[in-house]
Design a protein around this ligand. Sequence first.
Ligand code: SAH
Length: 197
Amino acid sequence: MDERALTEFFSTLDRAFFLNGPYKALADCDAPLPIGYEQTISQPSLVLEMTRLLSPEKDSRVLEIGTGSGFQTALLAEFSARVYTVERVSALARKAEKRLTQLGYDNIVFLIADGSAGWQEYAPFDRIIVTAAAGKKPLALIGQLAPSGRMIVPVGPPSVQDLLLITRDERGTLSERSLGQVRFVEMVGEYGWNDSR
Ligand code: SAH
């Protein structure tokens, strides 16, 4: 992807637009902030870094698990062909959809559901990004990654997770490497924390 274009676009994206009430005033802080329903918008530097590492291409079909505020979704929609985004909290999904429609994006498909097992109907995906902590490696999601695909997922306990970059080469072989430690809210569902504790 064009990293300069990404950085430029990122600097024009108004994070306050994705926040509610009093939190709008804190939008410029490089920190996670509450978005309601016990969820948070990630810190901007991490959103930028994850997008850079996911490295979507213009023709990529991207699956995002955890729409949340829609802030990360906007970056993905700007730099890929189509984004399939899944959120389990319907109020968050609706708000995010409203915001992203207002920004003019018409290449995002929204689903209100448990996304921990992916979105089989539209699989495989060229890129998969998970913005909630998986309790164990989400095998169903990895199974929906296309050849030459890249996937980013935080895996580990609620306190701290390993941010994994999982890639599949043209022949289908998987590799993974750790990008460091992060802290995301828990992914709920089949590959989340509630059934792997
Ligand atoms: N990228 C978002 C991050 C939101 S926090 C942002 O920057 O705003 C993670 C989100 O994942 C929360 O909105 C939470 O409700 C959602 N989530 C948790 N488990 C999920 C699951 N199994 N399927 C879909 N969404 C899930």
